[in-house]
Each structure stands twice: as C-alpha cells, then as structure tokens.
Design a binder for this molecule. Structure first.
Ligand code: HDD
Length: 678
C-alpha cells in the first residue's frame, strides 16, 4: 500500500537531504581527510618531479578527468526549473490518474526546456524546435510528458529518427554548421521525405525563435489514451498554454542575440524565477472517443498531423507554475532522465509508430548517458515508495536489506507483492490488435500537404512574410541547386504563392504539380491571436549625465507598476547623476548591452547630452524601430526622433505628461510590435 502523502512539495523535501552546503566548511578529500595545502602538489624537492604518492592530487585530477558525461544525442542544450501542477477539477470521468483527481493536490514537477539540434554549448536563439519536457512526481509514480513547442513532428515512424538527426546535425566531414537547419543534408532529408512538409512550415515560422521559454506552448505531440476507473479509454492529446502568451523574436534579433547573449533564454528564465515572476502554463486536453477513431480526414495516430482546435476543442484542466530554480544544473537539469514511456495508471499508449519507437529509445539512452541506476539519482527518484527485486549495477545508491531478491518467494512472504488493478496496480489497457507482421505504413498516413496548407492559410500576412523569408534564408545557405529546386517544388504542393515567392528569392520556378485544395484555416495556429501583456517585458531606459531625475522616476515607477522591467542604460557602467545631483545605478552600458535585448526603449536623454551618447542612442533607436518595437521619449529626446524621421510613427510615443505617457507607452509595450511600420 502507498505510504501517506502530504501536500507540500515533496520533491523539494526529498532533494534537501542530498544538498551539501560547502560554505564555511574545512576542505577535505572525498574520503573526508582534511586538506592542508590545495595549491602545491607533493614534489621531490620544490622544483619537482611530482610524486605518485600524492593521493590528494591523484583524487582531484582523476575526478576532474571524468567530469563530463555524454551530452544528449539530441536536445543537448537545455535548462530546467522546479514547480507544481494543480488540476482545476477532478478528471475522474476521463482518467484514474491520481494527480488529476483532487484540485487541492499540488504535484511537484520538473520542467526541462531544450533545443533539438545544437550541442550543449549552442546559442540559445538558434532557429530550432524547443523541447518542453515535464516530469510529474505523482503519488503513483513519475509521469513524464516529453513534448515540444510544436504539435507535430517531422516523421511518422521512429525508425527514421536517426536519419533525421544525422541530417540536421553538423555535416560529418567538416562539422559545420552548429545548431542550424540551414544546410544541404537537412533539406536533402526533408525533400526526400515529404511527410516532413507540414513540419517545415512550423519550423520556418516564428515559433522556432521564441522570445522566452516562458512564452512558448508545449505539446505532447502523440496521441495517448486516458483510461477511467471503469476501464473506458479515450484518445487524448496534451497541450501547455503559456499565460504570458506566445511571443517570438525576429530572425535578425535572434541571430544578433546569439552573439550578444548566447544564454538569453536561460538567463531570462533564471532571472524571472529569482524575481518571483513565476511562469505559468495551463494544461489542455483534446479528447476523441474511441468510436470516433476513423471519423477524421487524417489518421489520429499520425504524429505529422494535429487535431485542429476548431474541430476538437482544447479543454483547460489545470495549471503548472515554475517557482524554484535548481541548486545545481549538472545534478538536476543534466542528470534528469525524461522518458515518454513513464506513464501512470489512468494514462496509456496508442499504436502511434513514432511513440512506439520512443518507448525504447529513452531508457536506452539514459542507461548509456547517466548509468544503470539513473532512476536512483536524486532528481529522478519518484516521491512515492519504490520496492522491487532489481539489484546491483554500476553506482548503486540504495541499500536493499535481506537475502530475498526474487519473486515468487516464501522467505519474505512473497514481498514485495504485486498489486491488482483494482487496488492501484498498473494494468495495460487491453486494446485490440490484429494484422500481419509487415514493414509498412498505413495508407491513411499518406496525405502530407493538407495540414501544411491549413497551417499556411491560418497565418497572418506578417507571419507569411516571415515564413517566406525563413525558407529563402535556409535555401540560400544550401549549396545544391537540385535540393533548392526540390524544396520549391515541394512547397508548390502546399501553396503556389508560397512556392513562387520563395522561388523568386532563389531565381527558381516551381514545377507544375497538384496544389492542395484545402481552403480552411485554423485561427488557433496564428501567433497573432495570442495574449498581449506587459508582464516582465524589458524597457531599455537611455539616460545621460544630468537627465531629468524627477520626471524619469515618476515614469519608471508607473511602468514598474504596469509590470514592465526598466533597465537603466548609459555611457558608462557604475553610477550616474541626474539634474538634481542624485546618484542612479546604471544597469548596463552601451558597451555591455544591445537594443536586441529589450522589448522597447525609453529615451530620456539630457539637456546637454554628449555626442557619444547621442550617437549610441541613435543606433539603439534605429535598430529598435526596424525591429518594430515601441519607442518612448522624453520631450528632450523628441529632437532626435524628429531628426531620424520617426517622430509620430506607429508605436513611437512622446512624453508630455508622465501620467499620459506611461499609459500610452504601456499600451504600446503590450502590443509589442508595430507591424504597420513595414
Ligand atoms: Fe526525443 C530527447 C521530444 C521523437 C529519441 N526528445 C528528447 C527531449 C525532448 C524530446 C523534449 C529532451 C528531454 C530532456 O529534456 O531531457 N522527441 C521529442 C518529441 C518527439 C521526439 C516531442 C516526437 C514527437 N525522440 C523522438 C524519437 C526518438 C527520440 C522518434 C527515437 C526513436 N529523444 C530521443 C532520445 C533523447 C531524446 C535519443 C535524447 C536524450 C534523451 O532522450 O534523454 O532518446
């Protein structure tokens, strides 16, 4: 039987017993010997050589030599945080899953965001799918929802996964390029495997260059099952919807941020959690009854297809809040072992051939990457009791008592004992399967273009423009003219205008091929239909020596009240004086920061601004303006805006009364981009 469980964050409590605080403590070896000198190795004479006998030196170096473990073969660069999940109301009708029954229950979670292609040191703003992998530490064992920020996938059968990844990773002869899809082998794979058509539209969209991890959606991608206590099963897809809305960078910004701050996304997540701005997502489900399995124009087991929300609505059933940064990235984020095969009672798999292959791959990779006993590492341990007859293996942490390690037994009264389904044991849903053993894909998986067209039809003109630019950029980096042509032809199957526009940028004509006839669109797919809030958006405040202190203070206080985060930028780091001689802290200098790191600018200036300040402010404003961002200015700054010819343009706000300005500028910040500047 399960041991009693309380409502605190049991995972945090469990992790506490493994935490070591080294502050103020004597330095020791791993064997506990106090160390008197950690700067000089033991030598024969002070000019050496070093003696083999130096066990302290040997231990230190040998451990260092083994500090790295293999990085994940995909999703190597990632960042995680702890939190909790709470269901809004009992989902008993749909599932037995314990964590979805009681709205007062706070289930601990760990969420790891990642990018697929780049290595552990890759730039975080590369164009890439983002992993969105959640471990729920439930009372009935760990449930992992290992998804992405895109609801569909490249391929239908997991046997192709190594091929896809070999194609996207740096090309093996010269190991170029890092963390990019813009190269020959990737687009060769895509054009040779046309099931990827719809996925390429998603990855060429702004979704793959997010503004923040806090502003991405998550999707379980596969069709799973929910099973209730009467044994009734329904098909389900899982969604995570960010409460801050869905927002992205521009491609030009993403590329520049890669140089200015390669840690842009982790810094954003870390800083906001530290500041108490806890990011939240609602968990949504789409449910299809078993008897409706064949009532759709697509196969619901095909991972290259989504279920349009207008056809199968998303019901929001709970909320996840990330509220604690890790204590140690290696011990927690790097060693966490996520696996879509980690399911709990009330949730089950389907025959989706992509999911089926994943069920093998993840445990296999964890054993290789982290070791046989990876589930015993603190971050991976369930918060409920674990008892079984598995023993030994490399780096075993648990000490199992007694002589019995087998089932059935009589010496231990046949314990640990099995638990029937009626008492909480996991029982696989008895779905009916029949058929010949064949290596084949069902014809119902054959339509590769209808949903690609649905996605295209759903995009706003700005989003379409970005997608055309993205394909043109990527293909522009492909050397093979044949591959460029094949892609333009593939696009012609989706939409002739798209293919023609991309073709024009490459001086290529799309072939005459049948074009998808889908005319529907799905408003839920456009990022333009998201929420627009000011919460935690960053405003770069440009000040120079002798700036109007009182007025600036008044404005900034109001902006902070409205959820914005002003950052004072000036010529030098350190301190700056306002017109009353008051000292202000400068958060960043023109040397250490860049306009691409801010969601908007407020130009305060100064009566006697120095030429260098004006020069840098001009560059900041021009770049922000070209990135469609809000720009505010004090009356003193207005001259510069006029000189640049942008005063009075959309999203350019001038301050004549602190009150009115703060309100109008806040509204502009919420809008985030002024596309009518195009
Ligand atoms: Fe995968 C990691 C998501 C298909 C094999 N995958 C990995 C991670 C995420 C995903 C988010 C990182 C987890 C973490 O943060 O540690 N993968 C997906 C999604 C897929 C998908 C949403 C399609 C719907 N993956 C997929 C297939 C295979 C794999 C078809 C192989 C058959 N994935 C792996 C892996 C990784 C992995 C090799 C690398 C490191 C790891 O598992 O822990 O096993």
């Amino acid at each position: 039987m399960n041991e009693p469980f309380n409502n605190e964050n049991k995972k945090t409590e469990q992790l506490k017993s493994f935490i070591r605080d080294n502050t103020g403590k004597p330095l020791t070896s791993n064997e506990g010997i106090k160390i008197s000198d950690d700067e000089n190795s033991l030598k024969a004479g002070d000019r050496g050589p070093t003696l083999l006998e130096d066990f302290l030196f040997r231990e230190k170096l040998a451990h260092f030599d083994r500090e790295r473990i293999p990085e994940r073969v995909v999703h190597a660069r990632g960042y995680g945080a702890h939190g909790i999940f709470q269901v809004y109301e009992s989902q008993e009708e749909l599932t037995m899953a314990h964590f979805l029954q009681d709205p007062s229950l706070k289930t601990p979670v760990f969420l790891r965001f990642s990018q697929v292609a780049g290595s552990r040191g890759a730039n975080e703003t590369d164009r890439d799918v983002r992993g969105f992998a959640t471990k729920f530490y439930t009372e009935e064992g760990n449930f992992d929802l290992v998804g992405n920020n895109i609801p569909i996938f490249f391929i239908q059968d997991s046997i192709k996964f190594p091929d896809l990844i070999h194609a996207v990773k740096p090309e093996p002869d010269n190991e170029i390029p890092q963390g990019q899809t813009a190269h020959d082998t990737f687009w060769d794979f895509i054009t040779s495997n046309q099931e990827s058509a719809a996925m390429t539209l998603w990855i060429m969209s702004d979704r793959t260059i997010p503004r923040s991890f806090r502003m991405i959606e998550g999707f379980g991608v596969h069709t799973f099952r929910l099973v209730n206590k009467h044994g009734k099963s329904r098909f389900v897809k899982f969604h995570w919807k960010p409460l801050l809305g869905l927002h992205s960078l521009l491609w030009d910004e993403a590329q520049k941020i890669g140089g200015v701050d390669p840690d842009f996304h982790r810094r954003d997540l870390w800083e906001n959690i530290e500041a108490g701005n806890y990011p939240e997502w609602e968990l949504g489900i789409q449910v299809i009854e078993e008897e409706d399995e064949y009532n759709f124009t697509f196969d619901i087991l095909d991972a290259t297809k989504l279920w349009p929300e207008e056809l199968v609505p998303v019901r929001k059933i709970g909320k996840m809040t990330l509220n604690r940064n890790v204590d140690n990235v290696f011990a927690e984020t790097e060693q966490v072992a996520l696996h879509p095969g980690n399911i709990v009672r009330g949730i089950d798999f389907t025959n989706d051939p992509l999911l089926q292959g994943r069920l093998f791959s993840y445990t296999d990779t964890q054993i290789y990457r982290v070791g046989t006993n990876f589930q015993q590492l603190p971050i991976n341990r369930p918060v409920c009791p674990v008892h079984n007859n598995q023993r030994d293996g490399n780096a075993r942490y648990v000490i199992d008592q007694g002589k019995v390690a087998y089932h059935n037994n009589s010496l231990a009264n046949n314990t640990p004992y099995t638990v029937p389904g009626t008492k909480g044991g996991f029982v696989t849903y008895p779905s009916l399967v029949h058929g010949y053993k064949v290596r084949a894909t069902a014809p119902s998986f054959d339509d590769h273009f209808s949903q690609a067209k649905l996605f295209w039809n759903s995009m706003s003109p700005v989003e379409k423009h970005h997608i055309i630019d993205a394909y043109s950029f990527e293909l522009g980096k492909v050397n093979s003219i044949e591959i460029r042509q094949k892609l333009v032809n593939m696009l012609a199957h989706i939409d002739r205008v798209l293919a023609t526009r991309v073709g024009e940028n490459l001086t290529l004509q799309p072939a005459e091929v049948p074009e998808s006839t889908v005319t529907e669109s799905s408003p839920a797919l456009s990022m333009m239909n998201t929420r627009y809030l000011t919460n935690t958006l960053k405003v770069g405040v440009l000040v120079d020596e002798g700036f109007a202190g009182e007025e600036t203070r008044e404005v900034l206080e109001m902006l902070i009240k409205n959820g914005l985060k002003p950052v004072i930028i000036s010529v030098r780091n350190g301190m700056i004086r306002d017109d009353k001689g008051d000292q202000w802290v400068v958060n960043a200098s023109f040397l250490t920061t860049s306009p691409v790191l801010y969601d908007g600018l407020y130009l305060v200036g100064s009566e006697n601004a120095d030429p260098y300040f004006i020069n840098r402010a001009r560059a900041f404003i021009v770049e922000s303006y070209n990135h469609f961002k809000p720009i505010g200015s004090s009356p003193l700054g207005e001259k510069l805006l006029q000189e640049l010819g942008i005063a009075g343009k959309p999203g350019v706000v001038t301050n004549h009364s602190a009150n009115v300005f703060s309100k109008v500028f806040t509204e502009a910040m919420a809008k985030q981009r002024f596309w009518d500047r195009y």
